[in-house]
Design a binder for this molecule. Structure first.
Ligand SMILES: [Zn+2]
Length: 54
């Protein structure tokens, strides 16, 4: 299974992608979420911001 990083267009290969899985692009380090398994689709993972306080 292959897809391209939405951030840097690097080709990413996953053997067993699972929807919802978070992977890190080996090229740019962006966190990517597997949004579809077949065909494989990747999207930028939502940035979880540090929550100081509430
Ligand atoms: Zn990338």
């Amino acid at each position: 299974m292959q897809a391209n990083c939405p951030e840097c267009e690097a080709e990413i290969t996953l053997d067993k992608p699972m929807r919802g899985e978070i992977i890190v692009c080996p090229d740019c380090g962006a966190e990517l979420e597997v949004t579809s398994e077949n065909p494989l689709a990747l999207d930028l993972a939502p940035q979880e911001e540090e929550d100081w306080g509430e």
